[in-house]
Design a protein around this ligand. Structure first.
Ligand SMILES: Cc1cc2nc3c(=O)[nH]c(=O)nc-3n(C[C@H](O)[C@H](O)[C@H](O)COP(=O)(O)OP(=O)(O)OC[C@H]3O[C@@H](n4cnc5c(N)ncnc54)[C@H](O)[C@@H]3O)c2cc1C
Length: 425
């Protein structure tokens, strides 16, 4: 059986961040990076907008501002982002503050889905040149923490240190490893919400600030705004029992693509389950399945005009008159999101829409579309026994799947933190 100094599972930003850091600092280390896909599947590949200011993307329970500021320059050095301008921020901020809403000033860059692809290809080629072994299309099925080996669909491989960075899609895999390695974990927090799609002139702030970060009362925030050549998409997930459900998401291409005049962004509410403590993941899955039930195995979409009148949207009237643009996600059911969304979630989101419409007038136009559900499973929180995200002896867990990040840059930073733990040991 072949043995590596370090095996990294996942070629998302976390996996790549770890590989570069280890190789930069100690080129003699034998490193293997594995992914079940032929190409990394995460945010680098979708939209690739990057936020470089704490706390966006950095869960505050495992990151202080000082820690983030220590690692962010290293992420910037490798990814070499071109920062976008933010204009007229003070005007928006003043309007927001009057309503008890805050607007964060975040350094951002945006490569777009096509630009992200080029970045991935460049980074992967660089790793291969550095003698890091890369295995794509290989799935890690199991980990034996005692014998220090992983079992894939092709072989068994030994490790001295293991970095698991399987992303949100690897939630179940990570939970299985945690059960096997006796790592206690919590998964009581989840973000649930809707995605808005409207004409760009009805959310004109995007001309001044690409991905504006508003925080509203009731733990609601704007998230992942896309404009230019922007599209709403649906991602497939499976519950523990194998039931299929979809979560909405959005992305945009780079400026080289023709603009479609639309913008999309999420309004997410953070839900923290307390007594009796329950799994946020199971709660979210249940809501996902409920939406599938009502949508005939598809997510739901509703025009704001219909929502205000308390009636469902229907396919035959979905476009026309004031409903004046085609949805970019057509594979979605025109219906009633309020039938599928708990009031405790929908009410603060609707209130936030009203506040947003006062700050950036236009977003509540009758033609605006609300898609449901958008679910973010950030909830796997292993109990780490050191500050380098070591969850069991020689096993480090990082990135969105392990709850150490909520975005590309923090995923990369959290992996550097883990790599530094390995380098120091
Ligand atoms: C559509 C979409 C758009 C997004 N847009 C943005 C954005 O613009 N900006 C931003 O900051 N964030 C964005 N995100 C979030 C971003 O993707 C994540 O925050 C980030 O990618 C997390 O990095 P990660 O390395 O933890 O996981 P990922 O990037 O998800 O990478 C995990 C990798 O592990 C692999 N893997 C999983 N399990 C196994 C296994 N058992 N064996 C082998 N390989 C495995 C997966 O195939 C995957 O390639 C977006 C996400 C999506 C889905």
């Amino acid at each position: 059986m072949k043995t590596y100094d370090c095996i990294i599972v996942g070629t998302g930003p976390a996996g790549l961040g770890a590989a570069f850091r280890l190789n930069d600092q100690k080129p003699v280390l034998k490193i293997l990076i594995i992914d079940k896909e032929k190409l990394c599947t995460g945010g680098l590949r979708h939209d690739c907008k990057m936020n470089f200011t704490y706390p966006v993307g950095f869960p505050v329970d495992c990151w202080s501002s000082k820690q983030a500021e220590h690692y962010l320059p290293m992420v910037i050095e490798r990814l070499n982002p071109e920062f976008m301008q933010r204009i007229e921020l003070e005007t928006y901020r003043r309007r927001a503050e009057r309503l008890g809403v805050s607007l964060l000033d975040i350094r951002q860059s945006h490569l777009g889905t096509d630009g992200g692809l080029q970045l991935i290809e460049r980074l992967m080629a660089e790793l291969a040149e550095r003698d890091v072994d890369v295995s794509l299309g290989e799935t890690v099925k199991d980990v034996d923490p005692v014998a220090r080996r992983i079992i894939t669909n092709h072989r068994e491989i030994g490790y001295k240190d293991l970095i698991l960075a399987p992303g949100r899609g690897g939630f179940r895999f990570l939970q299985n490893v945690m059960a096997k390695a006796a790592v206690p974990f919590l998964d009581n927090i989840v973000d649930i919400g809707i995605r808005i799609e409207t004409r760009e002139e009805r959310f004109s702030i995007v001309k001044d600030y690409y991905d504006p970060k508003f925080n509203f009362p009731g733990k609601v925030r704007t998230f992942c705004t896309n404009s230019g050549a922007s599209y709403v998409v649906k991602e497939r997930y499976e519950t523990r029992e194998g039931r299929e459900y979809f979560s909405i998401n959005g992305h945009a291409y780079s400026n080289s693509r023709p603009r479609n005049g639309l913008v999309n962004f999420a309004l997410l509410k953070t839900v923290r389950l307390t007594e009796p403590l329950a799994s946020g993941q199971e709660f979210a899955e249940m809501l996902g399945c409920q939406a599938m039930l009502l949508g005939g195995n598809n997510p739901l979409m509703q025009r704001v005009g219909d929502f205000r009148l308390g009636k469902r949207s229907e396919a035959r009237t979905f476009c026309g008159d004031l409903y004046d643009f085609e949805p970019t996600l057509s594979d979605c059911t025109c219906g009633d999101i309020s039938l599928a969304t708990p009031a405790k979630i929908l009410r603060p989101i609707w209130n936030s829409m009203k506040l947003l419409d006062t700050i950036v007038p236009g977003v509540m136009h009758p033609g605006t579309i609300m898609y449901y559900p958008e679910i973010k499973l950030y909830a796997n929180k292993p109990r780490f026994f050191d500050e380098h995200f070591q969850a069991a002896e020689h096993i480090y867990m990082v990135g969105d799947g392990a709850g150490t990040s909520r975005g590309i840059t923090a995923a990369w930073a959290s992996a550097i933190r883990a790599a530094d733990g390995i380098l120091a040991s």
